[in-house]
Write a protein that binds this ligand. Structure first.
Ligand code: ZN
Length: 108
């Protein structure tokens, strides 16, 4: 039980939208945290997200290439175990698509 709780606590780094100062915080997934920047004293709310959804989150103010670079960088910083589970997830999705396409080719 205790182990499950501690797994949900995420340590996060975030940049202050005002002065770009890097701030570290930790919270449970789903929590809304109030971040207080010590450098410029700005306060704002941040939702603690699952690291998987965060990796693939898209910043619409940036273009495609910049977003892909950020996703790649986030991916490289992941622990090996998480990387393996992401690869596995993509593998299963691919397998599913292949099976589906075979199924429809046969039917039609
Ligand atoms: Zn700041």
């Amino acid at each position: 039980m205790l182990k499950k709780v501690s797994q949900n606590i995420q340590k996060k780094k975030i940049r202050c939208p005002n002065c770009k100062n890097e701030i570290e915080f930790s919270g449970t997934i789903g929590d809304i945290m109030v971040i207080n920047c010590k450098a410029c004293n700005k306060k704002w709310k941040v939702e603690v997200k699952n690291s998987l959804t965060e990796i693939f989150s898209w910043d619409s103010s940036l273009d495609l290439g910049e977003n892909l670079t950020i996703i790649k960088r986030r991916f490289k910083a992941l622990p090996l175990q998480t990387k393996v589970s992401i690869y596995l997830m993509f593998f299963i999705i691919n397998l599913f698509i292949v099976v589906l396409s075979i199924y429809f080719k046969v039917r039609f």
